[in-house]
Ligand binder design. Structure first.
Ligand code: ATP
Length: 897
């Protein structure tokens, strides 16, 4: 990061300010001011436009660099105000405040401090055939253990958690698991740690020690032996590095992926769940549409829920009920959201408290948040009939005791720093009160003592004076010397006067002179006591924070549903997906003037399992398929959905293969990536999955592509092999032939209207297949020169004379009795093939000929041309070249025929 130290006030202008306090930075926005004492400057912060919820938020020290980079890369000027040891002052003992300013130019960890994102440290332990995984959320202290039996599942999990650091054993490092794809998206540091940390006994020991249990049985981790090793290694690593406070890790849970829908990386990316594909930004993602949360905790919960849709009908319905209840009681819902707004990020505050770095302002912010809990509890309890909301209300601890502890102890105008006093409220601690009055009332006390002594002794001109050497003393002129009582102690003799002290004066002197130092120390100690008392209640606070997160998420989903006219989906255990007038939740927001055209979807587990969708480029095929997947996913996170009506049978997984992949970093070709994703889908999908396939096969030669696409559909359609519900968009119109051949396939197309040479996109999905691609019309819309378009039309006309569609009509569908189990071929038996004979085969047989599809008949006339055509890679050839080549071939063919 480029940084420089600044000297003048002018240079701070327009900066976003970070003020470092202990292990945290405070961040200042609009109207917030900070006064740097040493430099006598008043610094004004500026909003960074990150939709922050509070004018000031604690930023953990370890994460600040990433956050700064994020701001800097967006072009903000950032100032960091921190205390550094100044060699010019008192040999480095005195600290003074300086400001560093970072300017645009660097780009490190872009998401380290996204408030809505969890910040994980993950550990992987690899043994011969399994991966033990454990991760801890640095912010919330949540600590999970799990295990995976395949690299793909492991990568999906890492892709979901996106940890900032991964620690692993040596075996994992050499296991060949490729993290490059993930690293491209986030700076993940992978550190192999001391093998000693993976010793099973040590791992179990460290967990038992931390959670104060005799054995792991008490933690419910008995089934996770490798996961436990990973968890134990994390614990030891944290103990050693002290990267985060271990104190706020209060629970450890097995993470059971089976209770959530597993979304692979490709699907999360293709559906743009939490960030968009191109910009990797929140805007334009599903999260962006659904996030109307009022707290950072709620936003994190929402993000997690989007990435982990539910599989249990009752759980989904409980969320849907809650949303319905909230929307039926809109006034209470809005009141609830009002109360949520001022709630700070309790989870971050907890981590500050457990770091012992929370300052008095943090505690006041904490109190302000806690003060919102009783009305929230009251409102939640008022939703009596609703299971989820009522249980939240019941379980929410309003923490009145902690709230009043802070109210009673911390001064409302307490400073940010903890060493300068002024933190503890009057009346909370007697000793502090005394010391404070000693500081302010000292003069009064001295005057009172003087009057008292004057009266007692009769010395009329008695005075109390002070100097640095003798402190306070009573001064008696020589003429009154005889009246001095015996118990006065002489301090100094002058020419015309004597100076004395008395036990009472000494005591007052001690009180007055030591008051400030004592006061600051005592205030600090009392503050720490209060902070520690709160810290002792961390489990209660964590529980309430989780409830607040849940309530905030539901309220957000409810508001979004109301604002966008979503409906409650009817959830079924599995089977039917019937959506009436469904809309794409994100695209409809991006299109102005309510121009989005709604469409129906109907898929079941029987005769309507596969929809083949054809239509021109730009017609809206991808949008339609993604919208279906998103509606199903939204239903399964328990959200209302953008449609007029929706029946959603729960799907166990959603798989997508959409568009060209931008996986250049992975070192694989586009087609290879496409096929890898298809292979993954065919191997992992089940009959209860939803598959979205967008133009598969287009990355290779036409014939290979069509062949692959065709056989993939056959494979999916076969109930014994797969039988999943599938939306399949394609430009291979030949695939529409499958409708008649496979009884679970339906053809759909997206309607367009032709007007001369132009087309108008109607965006409406209708039954039937499209017969053209309108590629040339779309090319015209895109501004391709007219001469190229003209030539293209000529070539298309000529090519269509040899239309392969005709041949496709004759391709028979193969019905295989599978010797497959979950996609793994049993080598011992050969698949038996039963084929329906096609009309032309029957014709050929009648005429005593051998069909082209039964056995290959060499054709000396055309073979070389067909091979040439096969080898033509349209993805790497320019369209004009391709057309020329095709044209030449066609001419050759015609000549030979
Ligand atoms: N239902 C709709 N209503 C209004 N606009 C739509 C609709 N569906 C799609 N669009 C608009 O059309 C554009 C193109 O849609 P989409 O990318 O889904 O087309 P496509 O058929 O998949 O194209 P291609 O075959 O070239 O990939 C979208 O960016 C969107 O703006």
């Amino acid at each position: 990061m480029m940084q420089k130290y600044l000297e003048t006030k002018e240079e701070y202008k327009d900066c976003i300010l970070f003020y470092r306090l202990g292990d945290f930075y405070e961040m200042f926005f609009d109207d917030a001011k900070i006064v740097s004492k040493e430099l006598e400057l008043t610094l004004t912060g500026k909003s960074c436009g990150l939709e922050e919820r509070a004018p000031m938020c604690g930023v953990p020290f370890h994460a600040v660099d990433g956050y700064l980079d994020k701001l800097i890369s967006r072009g903000y000027k950032v100032a960091i105000c921190e205390q550094v040891e100044d060699p010019k002052l008192a040999k480095g003992l005195v600290k003074r405040e300086v400001v560093r300013v970072a300017t645009p130019g660097t780009n490190l960890n872009m998401q380290a401090l996204d408030e809505s994102r969890n910040n994980y440290l993950l550990c992987v332990v690899y043994t011969t055939n399994a991966y033990g995984v454990s991760y801890v959320d640095v912010t919330t202290g949540d600590y999970y253990v799990t295990e995976f039996d395949s690299e793909n599942k492991l990568l999906d999990e890492i892709g979901k958690t996106m940890p900032s650091e991964i620690i692993c054993n040596d075996s994992f490092l050499v296991s060949g698991v490729d993290l490059e794809d993930l690293r491209g998206r986030l700076k993940i540091v992978v550190s192999a740690i001391d093998p000693w940390h993976f010793d099973e006994d040590r791992c179990v020991d460290s967990l038992c020690r931390h959670f104060h249990v005799g054995s792991l049985d008490g933690l419910g981790l008995a089934d996770y032996s490798i996961g436990v090793t990973a968890a134990g290694a994390i614990m030891q690593y944290l103990e050693e590095t002290q990267k985060i406070s271990l104190d706020h890790i209060t629970t450890i849970k097995p993470y059971v992926p089976n209770s959530y829908m597993l979304l692979d990386r490709a699907t999360r990316r293709n559906l743009e769940l939490c960030e968009t594909m191109r910009e990797k930004a929140k805007r334009g993602s599903l999260f962006w549409v659904l996030d109307k949360t009022r707290t950072a905790m709620g936003a994190r919960k929402l993000r997690n829920s989007i990435e982990q849709p539910l599989l249990d009908k009752d759980q989904i319905n409980r969320r849907l009920d809650a949303i319905e209840t909230l929307n039926n009681n809109a006034i209470s819902r809005e009141e609830l959201r009002e109360y949520l707004s001022p709630i700070y990020d309790l989870e971050r505050l907890i981590s500050k408290i457990s770091y012992r770095s929370a300052n008095p302002k943090d505690l006041l912010a904490f109190r302000q948040s806690l003060a919102m809990l009783p009305p929230i509890k009251y409102l939640l309890n008022s939703f009596e009939g609703d299971k989820l909301l009522a249980s939240y209300g019941n379980d929410l601890d309003d923490m009145a005791d902690i709230c009043s502890l802070i109210t009673d102890s911390i001064d409302e105008d307490a400073p940010l720093t903890v060493r300068e006093g002024g933190m503890i409220k009057d009346g909370y601690n007697e000793e502090i009160d005394k010391l404070r009055s000693a500081k302010t009332d000292g003069k009064k006390w001295l005057a009172g003592l003087l009057e008292e002594e004057k009266e007692k002794t009769g010395i009329k001109n008695l005075k109390i004076k002070y100097n640095k050497v003798f402190g306070y003393y009573l001064e008696v002129t020589n003429s009154f010397k005889d009246l001095v009582p015996e118990d006065w102690m002489r301090k100094q003799t002058l020419a015309n006067a004597e100076r004395y002290t008395t036990p009472k004066l000494k005591e007052l002197e001690d009180t007055i002179l030591g008051a400030e130092d004592k006061l600051y120390t005592l205030e600090y100690n009392v503050f720490c006591e209060v902070r520690d008392t709160i810290y002792g209640e961390i489990g209660r606070i964590q529980k309430s924070a989780k409830i607040i997160a849940g309530v905030d998420m539901l309220a957000s989903l409810a508001v979004v549903a109301e604002q966008n006219n979503y409906v409650r989906p009817e959830i079924r255990k599995k089977g039917l997906i019937d959506i009436k007038n469904g809309r794409h939740p994100v695209v409809e927001k991006m299109i102005k003037n309510d121009m989005f055209v709604a469409n129906d979807t109907y898929l079941d587990n029987d005769k309507h399992r596969i929809s083949i969708i054809t239509g021109p480029n730009m017609a809206g095929k991808s949008t339609y398929m993604r919208q279906t997947a998103l509606i199903v996913l939204m239903a399964q996170i328990g959200s209302f959905v953008p449609a007029d009506k929706a029946v959603i049978g729960i799907v166990d997984r959603i798989f997508t293969r959409v568009g060209a992949s931008d996986d250049l970093a992975s070192g694989q070709s586009t087609f290879m990536v496409e096929m890898t994703e298809v292979a993954n889908i065919l191997r992992n999908a089940t009959k209860d999955s939803l598959i979205i396939l967008d133009e598969i096969g287009r990355g290779t030669s036409t014939f290979d592509g069509l062949g692959i696409a065709w056989s993939v559909i056959e494979h999916i359609a076969d109930k014994k092999l797969l039988g999943a519900k599938t939306l399949f968009a394609t430009h291979y119109h030949e695939l529409t032939e499958l409708e008649g051949k496979l009884d679970s396939v339906d053809n759909y197309c997206i309607a367009v209207k032709e007007q001369g040479d132009d087309i108008i996109f109607l965006r409406k999905i209708i039954k039937g297949g499209a017969d053209k691609s309108y590629g040339i019309q779309v090319a015209k819309l895109a501004g391709v020169p007219e001469n190229v378009l003209k030539r293209a039309r000529e070539i298309v006309d000529e090519l269509s004379n040899n239309d392969i569609a005709e041949k496709a009509k004759d391709i028979a569908v193969e019905y295989e009795i599978p010797d497959y189990e979950y996609g793994i071929e049993q080598q011992t038996k050969k698949p038996r093939k039963i084929r329906k004979k096609t009309e032309s085969e029957i014709e050929s047989e009648k005429m005593g000929q051998i069909s082209l599809f039964d056995g290959y008949q060499p054709n000396v006339k055309t073979d070389d041309i067909i091979y040439e055509l096969h080898d033509l890679d349209l993805s790497t050839t320019t369209p004009i070249d391709a057309m020329n080549i095709l044209y030449k071939m066609q001419t050759k063919l015609r000549e030979r025929m």
